[in-house]
Design a protein around this ligand. Structure first.
Ligand code: DGY
Length: 321
């Protein structure tokens, strides 16, 4: 193989991405797309320079420690890095790179889909149609609420938060946000900044979460904070399931403190708190934020760009540690 470097793919990737990988690397692929144990991965990675993993792979300290010394870069097919023990990677001198930017629009689109779906009771309506329970149009059936004229609280005003704000403005929403840093005035575009995230809660008719999952943000949205939202608020989570306390969200959906929720991510996914299945006012999606052909191709190409850079002796452009 002319000394081409070895690249391990932990999961099946879009065809265009696998084809480009095969052009430049000796690829150890996973055509069956089965989750690899740390031991399986370590074995496949013998002599490899790079591992391309995804958000569904748990790259904890043990999995990282098991990787052979030949592996110099872990390129994740995700913008989130909460599945990777970054400290363990740094301690071992393993470079980690992610895929920022290319999934911003796809994820913001899903946030709007969930906002609309939750506000307009799309899941309840769809179930009614599928179950044969629809007996006809009536003046009072499945009434929802407008986005227009409502206040959207965006918690975490990075790339995705800003893309959600742009879309929500087109629906006539007023934007409030909280972020570690205030945006420069020319980027704020009328959005109202709240330095304290606690102050965002009482003005959020809709609340959309766009901050990373860390030890500090675990279960950030708990019962106490949900109680500070206006009664009948709508929650949207396209970030990570661990940033909300599921029991508190479910209780609030049942009590009406939350009128509805749109959730694309769950703690412990693909498992989810079993009570979610019984709450009709939640729109539940299986982590589809970045799931478009265009975005998944771009994510794969970006991951390969980072590996190419490392192999060429350059700094990977999206290096995290
Ligand atoms: C991400 O990129 O972090 C998405 O959650 C998909 O992996």
């Amino acid at each position: 193989d002319g000394g081409r470097p070895v690249l391990v793919l932990t999961r099946r990737l879009p065809d265009a991405v696998e084809q480009r990988a095969a052009r430049d690397y000796v690829v150890r692929a996973n055509p069956e797309d089965r989750p690899l144990s740390p031991a399986d991965l370590a074995e496949r990675a013998q002599g490899a320079v790079a591992v391309l993993c995804a958000a569904c792979d748990r790259m904890d300290a043990a999995a990282i420690a098991a990787l052979p010394g030949s592996v110099r870069i872990l390129a994740t097919f995700s913008v989130g890095t909460d599945h990777i023990d970054l400290a363990a990677a740094a301690a071992r001198g393993l470079i980690v790179a992610n895929t920022p930017g290319v999934l911003t629009d796809a994820t913001a689109d899903i946030a709007l889909l969930l906002m609309l779906g939750a506000a307009r009771r799309a899941s309840e309506g769809e179930r009614m149609v599928r179950d044969g329970a629809w007996t006809g149009w009536t003046p009072t059936q499945l009434l929802g609420t407008h986005l227009g004229g409502k206040r959207l609280g965006i918690l975490g005003m990075g790339r995705i938060g800003q893309a959600v704000a742009r879309r929500a403005r087109a629906f006539g929403m007023t934007i409030h946000y909280s972020n570690r840093r205030r945006l420069p005035p020319d980027q704020e575009d009328g959005a109202v900044f709240h330095a304290d995230p606690e102050e965002l809660l009482p003005v959020s008719d809709f609340l959309s979460l766009h901050f990373p999952a860390t030890a500090e943000t675990r279960h950030w949205l708990n019962a106490e904070r949900i109680a500070r939202l206006p009664r009948g608020a709508i929650l949207v989570n396209t970030a990570r399931g661990t940033v909300v306390d599921d029991r508190a969200v479910i209780a609030a959906l049942r009590s009406g403190q939350l009128a509805a929720a749109g959730l694309d991510v769950f703690e412990g996914e693909p498992d989810l708190h079993p009570d979610y299945r019984g709450v009709s006012n939640a729109v539940l999606l299986p982590h589809l934020g970045s799931a478009t052909v265009e975005t998944r191709n771009a994510m794969g190409f970006k991951a390969l760009d980072n590996i190419d850079a490392l192999v060429a002796g350059r700094e990977p452009p999206d290096r995290v540690v």
